[in-house]
Write a protein that binds this ligand. Structure first.
Ligand SMILES: Cc1ncc(C[n+]2csc(CCOP(=O)(O)OP(=O)(O)O)c2C)c(N)n1
Length: 517
């Protein structure tokens, strides 16, 4: 067995059976080995940002890692922005990066580069097997490291000669470590805060955004009057009718400060104390209200849900969670607006859908319109590096082939990783993409004002405008094999969305809407 075969065999035995790939010459033995391990599915993506974003979306839904296959430093470099988003989401990924043969590296051939600088930047786990005999053990260690709470990118750098060498072995999976339990003393001291009679907010994130965590938080809020909030960009938020509907902390610092007004104690659970996305002249960067105290119930690597349930049993033994009633907006009519397109989504969203949300400014009204829709998952842009939505939808659809995936996708961000559409077509994925085509980097028009910069410069506005020429997403999608239509009214969008969702395979709707700014 060569090194590549031992790697793939070991990954499959550990439950890693999808590999999002963009290979090159140094990865050819890995590519060849795919045919000797039929359980591993190879998925070709045409840009490394799609590879890495798809691996992120896959694990957020599957609850286990996918592998990537990237070509040396330049391939890894192209994939970094979405690995950054995955790092912020605490997504487990086994990130396989091929490298030159060990003896070739000193020659400084054209693709030679500083891979450790890039893996260091990722702040995850990284290892390079020293010999073919080590590959299996390092692969098993990589899977375990990726799953180690709260989850991370584990990079395995595979030199070509280690990959093609003989003497590889298959190594049994290493059970991932369980999250640290939260002590009874911590639960008791946080319970005291909730009983203090002062105003308390509870900010939750990570696994607390799934059903069990949401139910526990809702019980605590019902019994104590504490205000529950969800972190601004959760990796995976379970929502819809029958689940507690908890507000997310706003993206804009002004919004978040308003939501936290009057808070004397902020309890954080599975997330960090909130900070402003950016610094703005004369405005605070730390969003904790002045004089408020921050208490941590559970760090990210703790048993976040167990801690919340213990706290609920302590302060709310008899309380029931407050559950969202089913409710859908009526189907709207007229030219598309920021308000009516989200009503269409709320009215039409199928049961058990997965929303990949990179709608950006066009999506500000989405949470209200979908709160009472059938139960669904929302995957958000965790690290602020745009170009995540279409790749994440790709991975989610592969993780859950029986669930409808809806990518709500701002136009500017779509274009970073637009080739994901080709993978939607190639793999016949049930992804319906709605492009919110406002022909602008609308958020940056707003940010131009918020940072206090001069706002009426023609040249400045040129850099924030996506017209001249207008992007034709119907042609782009069709060119990549995805059937597509254009919607300019709410009626169009509703009819086209219903049609797209009623047949298998990918679709795209180019929804022309006015920019918010
Ligand atoms: C990788 C990366 N590059 C650049 C940016 C800066 N940036 C933030 S939002 C944005 C434009 C977003 O435009 P679009 O996706 O069309 O959404 P809209 O603001 O129009 O709603 C840009 C370029 C970023 N966040 N990440």
């Amino acid at each position: 067995m060569n090194g590549a075969q031992s790697l793939i065999r070991t990954l499959v035995d550990a439950g890693v059976d999808v590999c999002f790939s963009n290979p090159g010459t140094s990865e050819m033995h890995f590519v060849a080995a795919l045919d000797s391990v039929p359980e591993m599915r190879g998925v070709l993506c045409l840009f490394e940002g799609v590879v890495t974003g798809a691996a992120d979306g896959y694990a957020r839904i599957a609850g286990k890692p996918a592998a990537t296959l990237l070509h040396l430093g330049p391939g890894l470099g192209n994939g970094l922005a979405n690995l950054h988003n995955a790092r912020r989401a605490h997504t487990p990924i086994v990130n396989v990066v091929g490298d030159h043969a060990t003896y070739h590296k000193k020659l400084d051939a054209p693709l030679e580069s500083d891979i450790p600088a890039l893996t260091g930047w990722l702040q995850g786990w990284s290892r390079e097997p020293g010999s073919t005999a080590d590959v299996g053990a390092d692969a098993a260690a990589a899977v375990a490291a990726s799953m180690d709470p709260p989850g991370r990118v584990a990079t395995l750098v595979l030199p070509a000669d280690v990959s093609w060498g003989d003497g590889g072995t298959t190594v049994a999976p290493i059970p991932p470590r369980a999250p640290h339990p939260v002590s009874a003393a911590t639960v008791k001291s946080v319970a005291e805060v909730l009983r203090s009679g002062e105003q308390v907010s509870l900010l939750i994130g990570g696994p607390a955004c799934h059903e069990a965590g949401l139910r526990a938080v809702s019980r605590i809020a019902a019994a104590t009057g504490a205000k529950p909030l969800i972190e601004t960009f959760p990796a995976r938020l379970e929502r819809g009718a029958g689940l507690p509907n908890i507000e997310r902390l706003g993206y804009l610092a002004e919004q978040a400060s308003y939501q936290l007004t009057g808070t004397k104690h902020l309890i954080v659970v599975g997330t960090k104390s909130p900070v402003s996305f950016f610094a703005y002249p004369g405005k605070p960067s730390d969003l904790v209200p002045e004089g408020a105290q921050v208490h941590t119930l559970a760090e990210l690597d703790h048993d976040v849900v167990g801690a919340l349930e213990a706290l609920a049993d302590e302060v709310a033994p008899d309380a029931e969670p407050v559950l969202q009633e089913p409710a859908r907006p009526a189907l709207p009519s007229g030219p598309l607006t920021a308000q009516n397109w989200v009503e269409v989504i709320g009215a039409v969203l199928p049961d058990n859908a997965i929303i990949s949300d990179e709608a950006n400014t066009s999506g500000v009204l989405l949470p209200a319109a979908t709160a009472g829709a059938p139960r669904h998952d929302v995957l958000t842009l965790t690290g602020g590096a745009i170009g995540q939505g279409l790749p994440v939808a790709t991975g989610a659809a592969i993780a859950a082939p029986d669930r409808p995936v809806i990518a709500l996708q701002a136009d500017g961000s779509a274009l970073y990783t637009i080739s994901a559409l080709w993978t939607h077509a190639r793999e016949n994925l049930n992804v319906t993409t709605v492009v919110l085509n406002n022909r602008a980097y609308a958020i940056l028009r707003m940010e131009l004002q918020r940072v206090g910069a001069e706002t009426n410069g023609v040249k400045a506005n040129e850099l924030l405008d996506l017209s001249r020429p207008d992007m034709d997403f119907v042609k782009i999608a069709e060119g990549m094999g995805v059937p597509a239509t254009r919607a300019t009214t709410a009626e169009d969008l509703a009819a086209q969305l219903q049609a797209a969702l009623s047949e298998p395979g990918p679709h795209l709707i180019d929804a022309i809407i006015p920019p918010l700014m």
